[in-house]
Design a protein around this ligand. Structure first.
Ligand code: SAM
Length: 279
């Protein structure tokens, strides 16, 4: 069977290298190269980009990224068993794929890649949210990356892109949407993966905005939002009462009724509240 890049089909790669999936590493592999090329395309035209990929595994998405024209791919994989399979891909694309055997949580993008940088990954579910939060909270904005195109469990993807007024809306939505445009660009059923996970998945595309949508001090905003959603069923005047003696006045100044709950408050009004508290 011929493939997009002339390398063997992924089932053969997995068999040849004994890559039985390990649950502890969140290994749910994508074996359909047409699908991985489609996911790579969700990141936009990658021809001028350095791509950072977390968890290449047997390399299905990596091959999609290279076939779709990424300038260079840096792939960080924790499982050393995958390295020989990835070395075969590197040999087929001379000078374009570098693989690091490490925990992605310890790798600093800026140290290894040259902008513009796109992050593209089918994330291991156990560290996915932690990685996203790190990428969304760099020391300064705009971040070193241009966009993040990431596969999550669908429920997490819905929390990232949620609008006010529902259960999915919370800290993750505010953190993501304050300084990025975030949308779900694909949903995938469990059967798209080997082995299939228990739940559906979705690809989220986040594009960094040059500036936050509304001004606010990041630390103040984070504190307000964390407190507000930690007690999401309480009215804000009581959920936030530890923040300031005059919390009701600050809420009113931000256009928020003290009796509202966190779930009902837009990003714009949370930013106004953070400004009022900081001012
Ligand atoms: N990209 C491959 C694909 O789409 O078929 C594999 C995706 S699989 C969901 C997640 C991958 O991340 C696995 O290969 C796993 O070994 C790797 N992984 C898990 N934790 C990691 C970590 N902390 N740092 C780097 N890679 C990790």
């Amino acid at each position: 069977m011929s493939t997009i890049d002339g390398l063997p089909p992924l089932r053969e790669v997995i068999a040849a290298h004994g890559l039985s999936a390990k649950k502890a590493l969140g290994q749910n592999f994508l074996l359909d190269l047409n699908l991985t090329a489609k996911i790579a395309r969700q990141a936009g035209d990658l021809s001028g980009f350095d791509v950072f990929e977390v968890g290449p595994g047997p390399g299905g998405l990596t091959r999609g990224l290279l076939a779709e024209g990424a300038r260079r791919v840096l792939a960080v994989e924790k499982d050393a068993r995958c390295l020989p399979a990835l070395a075969e891909i590197a040999a087929a694309y001379p000078g374009r794929l570098e693989v690091i055997n490490a925990d992605a949580l310890t790798v600093d993008l800026a140290e290894h890649l040259t902008p513009p940088i796109a992050v593209v990954a089918n994330l291991p579910y156990n560290v996915g949210t932690e990685l996203l939060v790190r990428w969304l909270t760099p020391p300064a904005w705009p971040p070193v990356w241009h966009s993040l195109t990431l596969m999550f469990q669908r429920e997490v993807a819905e929390r990232i892109t949620a609008r006010p007024g529902g259960k999915a809306y919370g800290r993750l939505a505010i953190l993501a949407q304050w300084r990025c445009e975030a949308r779900i660009v694909m949903t995938l059923p469990p059967e798209a993966f080997t082995p299939p996970p228990k739940v559906s998945s979705a690809v989220v595309h986040l594009r960094a905005l040059p500036e936050p949508r509304y001004p606010a001090d990041p630390a103040v905003l984070e504190k307000v939002v964390a407190m507000a959603f930690n007690q999401r069923r309480k009215m804000l005047r009581s959920a936030l009462k530890g923040l300031d003696r005059d919390i009701e006045a600050h809420l009113v100044a931000a256009g928020i009724a003290p009796t509202e709950r966190a779930e009902q408050v837009s990003l714009e009004r949370f930013c106004a509240l953070a400004r009022s508290l900081a001012g």
